[in-house]
Design a protein around this ligand. Structure first.
Ligand code: DAH
Length: 406
């Protein structure tokens, strides 16, 4: 499996390989694109390491829900990141042809199983266990660009709160035949308004808890397959509007899938790295993985994250740049290149990669990509000689995979 970045099924290979994750064997197939780099970091979740900045933000969110909402949210933070396609996509109504299912964006173990791409994958499973008010935190996995704000493993928090007719004190259902912009077809407008209001008050409270009472924020309309209506909150922070969470009234069908069809509910999801980067002024996502150094500083964390000042490592050297051009094999995507690079660059020497040129040969019809890779450690600068071997190894893998180096 380690060499399958752009391989089509090979008819000569007569045996099917297995990959073993958390003690369970999975058969590989044409969808498998999990890399050793990811496998080696599976379960290496930062939200459970004491005094890790991700854990601090998680606890701060817990603190808000425990002390300021007046209700008890059950907490789940150790659910298996290996999920089925049905959990990750179907259970939350993501259409079969939706772009988010694409192999280029996800780590598939095989055609039925993948590493969860969001914590929403657990909504239905928890509803079926009769959980109706919960927070679910976990490591999530996505194939993406390589830069200072993207890492293939990051952490999310999901929140769900259901209401029964009794709790809400008004009729929940009304058959309105068609949905409108503000209301699904099944629910009464009054119920939706009440739950939406509750959702907004709760999340505004969370935003104030995290960013301070005088934070400037705004609500934006959004679209998610699993909520309607859907919203996003943006916070004005150090000169920029930063989107920090998605939320909405849960689609009735999600509740049906979760055997909770007599209720109405809200849900939200947010990324913990994004929050931690803003709140602690951490400017490079790789720092969350430099546990020794980061934890050293956070040992002195006294519980008041707004007073805490994270001191960024000083790097005096500019990034070392390497350009690499090659004819791409069929079906090749930028994310394949990033995964090859990440797989070799186990110590995160690469700060970012840019696709700087795409060229199609008029005669052969072949396409070439040129990538510029910037090498600079999150903690210290790197020189040409420190990273040359990584570039050489990337070239070797590309050549082995049938990419024609230029
Ligand atoms: N799952 C979404 C994502 O990863 C985030 C999200 C948005 C979660 C809206 C929710 C929600 O529960 O209601 O981008």
């Amino acid at each position: 499996m380690f060499r399958r970045f752009f391989r089509r099924p090979n008819p000569i290979r007569c045996h099917i390989r297995n990959v073993s994750l958390f003690g369970k064997d999975y058969k590989e197939d044409h969808m498998t694109n999990l890399t050793p780099r990811i496998i080696n970091n599976l379960g290496n979740h930062k939200h459970r390491i004491p005094n890790h900045p991700i854990e601090i933000i998680k606890n701060e969110i817990y603190k808000f829900f425990d002390s300021k909402t007046g209700i008890t949210f059950a907490k789940f933070e150790d659910l298996n990141p290996v999920v089925t396609v049905e959990q990750n996509f179907d259970s939350v109504l993501i259409p079969k042809d939706h772009v988010s299912r694409d192999k280029k964006d996800n780590y598939y173990i095989n055609e039925d199983t993948l590493l969860r791409a969001h914590t929403s994958a657990h909504q239905v499973e928890l509803l079926r266990k009769k959980e109706s008010t919960f927070l679910c935190c976990g490591d999530v996995y996505r194939r993406d660009t390589m830069d200072r704000s993207h890492y293939p493993i990051f952490h999310q928090m999901e929140g769900v709160r259901l209401f029964s007719e009794e709790e809400l004190g008004i009729p929940l259902f009304q058959d309105r035949k068609q949905r409108t912009e503000s209301c699904q077809e099944h629910y009464s407008l009054e119920a939706v308004e009440k739950v939406e209001n509750e959702l907004k008050i709760t999340l505004e409270g969370l935003v104030k808890h995290l960013f301070g009472e005088d934070v400037q924020y705004r609500w934006m309309d959004e679209y998610f397959p699993f909520t309607h209506p859907s919203f996003e909150i943006e916070v004005f922070y150090e000169g920029d509007w930063l989107e920090i969470l998605g939320c909405g009234i849960m689609e009735y069908q999600v509740l049906v899938n979760g055997c909770s069809e007599d209720k109405i509910g809200w849900a939200f999801g947010l990324g913990l790295e994004r929050l931690a980067m803003r709140l602690f002024d951490i400017n490079d996502i790789r720092l969350f993985w430099k546990s020794e150094v980061v934890l050293d500083q956070f040992q002195s964390f006294n519980g008041d994250f707004r007073q805490f000042k994270f001191v960024l490592p000083e790097r005096k050297i500019e990034p070392a740049k390497f350009d690499l051009a090659f004819w791409i094999p069929d079906g090749f995507h930028d994310h394949d290149f990033y995964d090859i690079a990440r797989n070799i660059d186990v110590d995160d020497a690469i700060e970012n990669v840019e696709l700087i040129d795409v060229f199609s040969h008029p005669k052969t019809g072949k396409t070439s990509h040129c990538y510029r890779t910037y090498y600079r450690g999150a903690l210290k600068g790197l020189q040409f000689k420190d990273v040359e071997h990584i570039d050489t190894a990337i070239r070797a893998v590309l050549a082995e995979q049938g990419a024609g180096l230029r």
